[in-house]
Design a protein around this ligand. Structure first.
Ligand code: NAP
Length: 340
């Protein structure tokens, strides 16, 4: 059996290109003792992967040139040397990599954990999206750090994306008024259709700071920041007293990570607002996955959580899918269906 893989061809400076990766045909791997062999069915595209292909270290080890591109996926077990896993079981893990067949080690703890998917709960790809890493990010970032209260104004950037769409809806269920910021009118119309109160298109609004001040005259109580950059600056100038700021993502700066002239420019507002600013890494909260899955799947079952995916078909389209997400061409959680 041939195992197609995407290997890293270069450490990009600025926006990656399709040439950042190269296709490689290897032999399918053999599972060792207490391991399983899975056929990849879905792969997840996530902004953290941009950090992994940067030459400098992020919070974890990146991908070296010539190595298999890292990434999470789901797949079907086709051979098992582990007593708890059978052929036909569905597995989810962060350790698939961009390849058609992966050997996984179910006994590994923490983020390397392999989760057995319950197909009765949701379609398998949901475990890469609202029941997976982005779902846990929204759940923890919002409830542990943002802590919205009834009547709060909550602003979320990249509002229609995998994390943002959940933050807006969960914030609404907490009784907050939700302002979503995103880069297209179509995305924002969808956000309003799932319960966001107000929206701003950051690409067409010339005065983001002023627009926010109009929509939130009493200030922003919770800011779930998925982007950094100019959106961050505009929201920070509008913080209410005792605001909570969740620093979740920096996609607006993802290709400028190496620059050292980027900082908290509106920090005087932190004195005035006495705001709390906290960064998060979802992998610190992996032990809360079952809790998040139980809560999010119950809300989804009751029709109180809508979700949207953006699916490309075909293993060869992984670089294209990654670039779609990095440039905002995705509408909802970016996924690639590798096999039926
Ligand atoms: P996503 O929102 O589904 O996709 C990325 C979105 O970012 C794009 O659709 C685009 O939407 C927006 N974007 C791209 N370039 C931008 C720019 N220059 N300025 C403003 N927006 C831009 O991705 P996701 O998986 O939900 O992740 C959202 C953020 O959360 C990312 O920054 C990611 O790194 C972060 N995250 C962090 C953790 C953690 O543990 N801290 C975990 C998961 C995700 P528009 O059309 O709106 O521009």
């Amino acid at each position: 059996m041939t195992n197609r893989q995407w290997l890293l061809a270069e450490h990009p400076t600025g926006m990656p290109t399709p040439e950042t990766w190269r296709l490689h045909a290897a032999a399918a791997p053999e599972p060792g003792q207490r391991q399983i062999l899975v056929k990849t069915t879905w792969l997840s595209l996530d902004p953290y992967m941009r950090g992994r292909i940067s030459p400098s270290a992020n919070y974890t080890r990146g991908v070296a040139i010539g190595e298999l591109m890292q990434g999470g996926g789901v797949g079907e077990v086709i051979a098992s040397n582990h007593p708890d896993w059978r052929v036909g079981d569905l597995a989810e893990a962060m350790t698939f990599g961009w390849q058609e067949y992966a050997v996984l080690t179910p006994d590994l703890p923490g983020v390397a954990q392999v989760m057995k998917i319950d197909p009765a709960l949701a379609p398998p790809q949901a475990f890469l999206s609202w029941l997976g890493m982005p779902g846990l990010t929204a759940y923890i970032g919002l409830f542990e750090i943002g802590r919205p209260k009834p009547g709060d104004v909550l602003v979320v950037s990249a509002a229609s994306g995998a994390v943002g769409q959940l933050v807006g809806q969960l914030g609404k269920l907490s009784g907050a008024r939700i302002i979503g910021i995103a880069g297209s009118d179509e995305k924002l119309a969808w956000c309003r259709s799932i319960g966001f109160d107000e929206t701003i298109n950051y690409k067409t609004e010339p005065d983001l700071r002023g627009a926010l001040a109009k929509l939130a005259p009493g200030g922003v109580n919770v800011f779930f920041d998925n982007t950094g950059g100019p959106i961050h600056d505009a929201v920070m100038r509008n913080l209410a007293v005792a605001a909570r700021v969740v620093i979740c993502g920096r996609i607006a700066l993802a290709n400028a990570f190496e620059q050292d002239d980027i900082g908290l420019r509106a920090s005087s507002q932190l004195i005035v607002s006495r705001a709390m600013v906290q960064g998060m890494v979802v992998f610190d909260w992996w032990h809360r996955r079952d809790e998040a899955i139980a809560r999010l799947s119950a809300l989804h079952r009751d029709g109180r959580l809508q979700t949207r995916e953006d699916v490309l078909d075909g293993f060869e389209r992984l670089p294209e899918a990654f670039l779609r997400m990095m440039t905002g061409a995705n509408f909802g959680k970016q996924l690639v269906r590798v096999a039926a």
